[in-house]
Ligand binder design. Structure first.
Ligand code: COA
Length: 190
């Protein structure tokens, strides 16, 4: 699974593919732009070292991470990341983060990115994909529900924004269609 061509609801051709080192500057610009809106992420800037980001993108697949970008009209217009946790007992899970730059929202790009990411997860045997969304982010919540994510709980007042307002984080997860059965509590007694 590599390059995927999709058509935005507004007709533009959008290409989805894992990011490579050469995408670093455009990727940083896209993430920083959404971060600067101050309403969605856990920080208001994404100012990272270009070379470090190039190295990070080039080595993502070696770490088992997916960093997928959507490109249209020469720009990175959206992305989704699926990060592999380090903890030994969480190897069946991944952490998802995503964004679409302002003018490109509502055109189906977020849905296309999510579709690709969940297919990638299922193909690699990832059983659980986890994310956190700020309560009140209606578009993101709608997208996650549409793809079968379920709410697991709220982290109350987890975010304090630039205006000093508190926001809860909703923990949501997607479970692969045929998960391995959970371990039985207490065993069979045999
Ligand atoms: C959340 C986000 C990634 C979704 O990407 P997108 O390209 O805008 O999403 P899509 O166009 O695929 O639309 C997703 C769904 O949300 C629905 N939707 C759009 N606006 C909505 C709104 N204001 N309220 C509720 N649902 C809404 C759409 O109906 C669509 O469903 P449909 O395809 O069945 O019609 C994008 O809007 C974004 O980056 N927002 C800011 C950053 C962010 O919130 N990131 C996620 C942090 S957890």
């Amino acid at each position: 699974m590599m390059l995927r061509k999709v058509v935005a609801k507004t007709g533009e051709t959008v290409y989805l593919r894992p990011a490579v080192a050469e995408d670093a500057a455009d990727f940083i610009r896209a993430v920083d732009g959404v971060a600067r809106e101050g309403a969605y992420f856990l920080r208001s800037r994404f100012e990272v070292n270009l070379e470090a980001e190039q190295t990070m993108l080039a080595s993502a697949s070696d770490r088992g991470d997916l960093i997928l970008i959507a490109r249209a009209e020469g720009e990175v217009v959206g992305w989704v990341t699926l990060l592999h946790p380090r903890a030994e007992f969480m190897q069946h899970t991944a952490d998802l983060g995503m964004g679409v730059v302002g003018p490109w929202r509502g055109r189906g790009i977020g849905s296309a990115l999510m579709q690709y990411a969940l297919e990638y997860a299922a193909e690699r045997g990832i059983e659980k994909v986890r994310l956190g969304v700020r309560s009140g982010n209606a578009r993101a919540e709608a997208l996650y529900h549409a793809f079968g994510f379920v709410e697991e709980g709220y982290r109350l007042r987890d975010v304090k924004d630039l205006e000093g307002c508190y926001h809860d984080i909703i923990e949501m997860s997607w479970f692969a269609p045929s998960p391995v059965p959970a371990a039985q509590e207490g065993g069979s007694g045999a």
